[in-house]
Design a protein around this ligand. Structure first.
Ligand code: KG4
Ligand code: ZN
Length: 338
């Protein structure tokens, strides 16, 4: 079964063709970094307008790269939420138009479930139960993925900023550009992670929730103090110290949730899963604990449509409409459009 995936939940216009939920025949992502970077974050109205321009060429390219035409496609999977409503609507309207004209089945996919699924796309041997840390620009969720079909339990989430959002906001404070994650990741390699003792919010708390807004404020206070005392900011040290604080919290909480659940397999997904410091620390700690660890490659960590087509295949095959992801859907309103 060939599934055409469409993803427009934020600022990436993406389309992919995936065979049988596994083999990626194409995975096209058109970034909008150029228009949003000067604002230090995504401007929703600009994102929607750019999706309108990009969506058809991106879909065409995904079909061409896969070496197929729309007539070869067996079904369409499109991100239904969570995400920016205007952005989501472009993908959903396009998917619906294609489905209608070609008489193809269509299914709406939860974006977070897509991120989790990227681990199944990438790794043949991954098997539930496992703990999945989903860390993106919009979410920081600790999810228990149980045995059976699409069995999820959310163990914890951020109470304020998402991990990726914290990277983006700290990058803005340092005037480094958007998206901040990859920039801070690069600079952190040249800095000393122990230079500044930023807090590790709630790291030893008993629940599995996260909070990153206080950490971001600590960075702001540090920068203001250093500047007011006439000191030059060492951007690499700030980046390394901030990243190390985020990584500590994410890794330790994830491992503790695995311990609590008596599970020895951990997976990571979402844009922040591309972070080299996070990957390294997870590898070291999982080795120490004797845990199995799974990561998608970086292109499948950040937003893409292959993950949407992948999980969409299972939904279509099992004839499930949507909403298999039984956590709160932020964009419930979007369902009525499908
Ligand atoms: O999953 P994603 O592409 O989109 C959302 O669903 O939000 O994640 C985007 C987020 C941004 O906040 C970006 O700064 C962050 O992922 N990110 C990173 C890295 N690459 C992307 N954060 C830290 N290190 C990276 N290498
Ligand atoms: Zn995402």
């Amino acid at each position: 079964m060939l599934i055409l995936g469409i993803e427009t939940s934020c600022d990436e216009t993406a389309s992919a063709v995936v065979e049988d939920g596994k083999k990626i025949l194409s995975n096209i992502v058109a970034s909008q970094m150029d228009i949003h970077s000067k604002y230090g974050g995504v401007v929703p109205e600009l994102a929607s307008r750019r999706h309108i321009q990009n969506i058809i060429p991106v879909i065409q390219q995904s079909l061409e790269t896969a070496g197929i035409s729309l007539d070869d496609v067996d079904g369409i999977a499109v991100t239904q939420g969570p995400g920016l409503i205007g952005s989501l609507l472009i993908g959903i309207s396009t998917a619906k138009a294609l489905s209608y004209t070609k008489n193809l089945p269509i299914v709406g996919v939860n974006h977070i479930e897509g991120h989790i699924y990227s681990n199944f796309l990438e790794n043949d041997d991954i098997k539930p139960p496992f703990i999945c840390l989903v860390v993106s620009g919009g979410h920081t969720d600790l999810v228990y993925v149980g045995e059976g079909k699409r069995n999820y339990e959310k163990l914890g989430q951020t109470m304020d900023d998402a991990a990726g959002e914290a990277f983006d906001k700290v990058s803005k404070l340092l005037e480094l550009g958007y998206p901040g994650g990859p920039i801070i990741d690069r600079l952190a390699k040249e800095g000393n992670p122990k230079a500044i003792a930023f807090p590790r919010p709630y790291v030893w708390d008993h629940d599995f929730n996260f909070s990153f807004s206080g950490l971001k404020t600590s960075v702001l206070n540090y920068l203001l103090k250093e500047k007011s005392e006439g000191r030059i900011i060492n951007v690499a040290d700030v980046s390394a110290s901030f990243q190390s604080a985020v990584v500590d919290v994410l890794v330790e909480k994830t491992l503790r949730s695995a311990q609590t659940k008596g599970i020895n397999t951990v997976a990571v997904a979402g844009g922040v899963a591309a972070n080299s410091g996070l990957r390294k620390r997870f590898m070291e700690r999982c080795q120490e604990m004797g845990y199995k660890l799974y990561f998608p490659r970086p292109i499948l960590c950040t937003d893409n449509a292959a993950m949407i087509a992948g999980i969409g295949y299972h939904l279509l095959k099992d004839n499930e409409s949507n909403n298999s992801y039984n956590m709160t859907l932020e964009s419930d309103a979007i369902k009525e459009f499908l």
